[in-house]
Design a protein around this ligand. Structure first.
Ligand SMILES: [Zn+2]
Length: 110
């Protein structure tokens, strides 16, 4: 299945942990096999990283912040034109695939 959300899109969190709900961010990675996206500033976790040996030096990054992937069903694309979270329909024009905002009918890939 082709995901309707792509890298660089603005999305809004519509479900999930309450503190994230309603937040918006830019998609920085798409994981099509898992139906998940990584959204900048959303679902931020921290992990302790052990010391690692890199080229003979010991590197200790300590606490590392990273964005954990969010399931695609928890986010909605934000339309650039009407600035609302929206469902997307896909129109095929020959080889070209065009995403359309179901809210205002704007073409999203212009
Ligand atoms: Zn729209």
């Amino acid at each position: 299945m082709e995901l309707k959300i792509r890298k660089g899109d603005q999305v809004q969190i519509i479900t999930g942990r309450s503190e994230e709900k309603g937040k918006r961010g830019e998609v920085i990675r798409v994981l099509p096999d898992e139906n998940r996206v990584v959204v900048q500033g959303i679902n931020v976790r921290t992990k302790h990283q052990k010391q690692v040996q890199a080229k003979g030096r010991t590197v200790n990054p300590g606490l590392v912040r990273f964005e954990a992937p969010v399931h695609i069903s928890n986010v909605m694309l934000v339309c650039k034109k009407c600035n609302k979270p929206t469902r997307v329909s896909v129109q095929r024009d020959g080889e070209k695939v065009q995403r359309v905002c179901k809210n205002c009918n704007a073409l999203l890939d212009e």
